[in-house]
Design a protein around this ligand. Sequence first.
Ligand code: GLC
Ligand code: MG
Length: 557
Amino acid sequence: MTSVPWYHKTTIYQIYPRSFYDSDGDGIGDLQGIIQKLDYLHELGFETLWISPFFSSPQADFGYDISNYTDVAPEYGTLSDALQLIDEVHQRGMRIVFDMVMNHTSEEHPWFKESRSSHNNPKADWYLWRDHLPSRAERTLSEGEVEVEAKRHGKVPNNWLSVTGGSGWHYAPERGQYFWSSFLPFQPDLNYRSPEVKQTMLDMVRFWLGKGVDGFRLDIFNYIYKDAEFRDNPFSFKLFPSEEDYSGFFQESKYTVNLPESFEFAREFRNTCNEFGERLSVGEVTGGRKVLRKFLGDDTNNGLTLVFDFAMMNFKFTAEYFHKLIREMEEHYPSPFMPVYVFSNHDRHRSIYLLKNDMRKTKLLALFQLTVRGVPCVYYGEEIGMADSRFAFATALDPIAHKFPFVPRFIFDRMGVLINRDEVRTPMQWDATHNAGFSSAKKTWLPVHENFPSINVEKESADQGSLLSTVRAVMKIRNREQALQEGSLELLGNLPNGVLGYARKLGNEKIIVLLNFDRQEKQFQFESSEYLFKLSSHDDATQKAIRLDGFGGIIVK
Ligand code: GLC
Ligand code: MG
């Protein structure tokens, strides 16, 4: 027995339910579809499934705008399908994690409809409501006058900017006031300074924990609290937000992001989970690594259990880059903390985009991600090397794509920013038949990527050298070798340029991983007793030397 909790040893596979498998032929993936594909995921070897939101929603942001947290959107199924899904996952010895959007609801949520209807309804303070120019208004004007003033001036309450650019304040004529949205206008932020709101949301979390859910991925968790006094954000020289610092558009996000109360809330959230035993909580949080670490608390039981560290999404495919990444992750998430290694999700480019479509590189990246010390988080389709599609912005379903109609596309391309997220949300490619085997519908909600005849599960399953076969084989080794799940990590020196090496150790067990990030073959002295996995590599008869092809890798014991 070890003392490492399951959520630090696990492997995560992210399912975007709309695009995974369509069981009823309406062109939209659904919960029964996921159930039908559980054996595939089980066989692939992932333990934890993170399901992007499938709750009731007008789908203006495809589920990240929830109108009922404890029911299921009809296109995905019913509450009983959700319970069946939990059950079927558990029957296979796997775990399931739901995606909780705590920061905001949909504008269609009955809470918001009530809240916006007047100044004095029971939910009047459930969202963040402000008069325009509050200091002057509060000093000199009556409520009725404020309303008239607000309409006349159209001035927003303060200088705060939303994540997606522009003011996040939106006017509601019924109240003559503005409400705050961190993200898009139809996603109003809840007011966690209302004890009732906090209680209601934590009870909702308890509802799902009580149904057996193993934990949560927490949507924009670091935005949940905003400054109590609504002070203006200070000026910053930064034009564009970055992974390390979401300040941007000439504004430091001091009073809107990563407030002390949000770290405190991480503790409260953890306590709520703890009422039900060991549950996973992984925060979608942004900021420098020191800030991210704070969400984990100061020991292992008073914060979230994991955080995403998105800076690595812009990785460079070199041994130096990954060497430095490991060093930094080990420094910031030393045991008993655990880092998460994630290279793509439903908001970012697929990893093969950064790898310039080179399949050999995707295999090496997978070998790295599944053997380094950390929880790997893999977006659906990454295991077969699905690629970004390229769609016209004008016809995009993603609301973000319509926010910048005048900016030419090449600017976003050059910045590495994904603006039309439809491009990474296309249907899973199961086989080479109609709609890549995703759906029997005439038309799917997004078109299938045109590369599906060659990039699909069936084809790659039959090919020993494919990415999918690589992922399967390495997952098998990881699931067997405890040292890979929870062992320490030591970076190796004295390797040829372009080769990254590390040892994973647990007790007397030691496993070594060697990865060639160079296109040139590398040959060097290396003693080993047993080869566990070879990716384009050759061992000579004496087992005293190793030869790695360009982009080859090896796991040895
Ligand atoms: C997160 C989600 C993204 C969503 C946004 C608003 O960043 O990953 O898909 O649009 O939050 O909820
Ligand atoms: Mg369907």
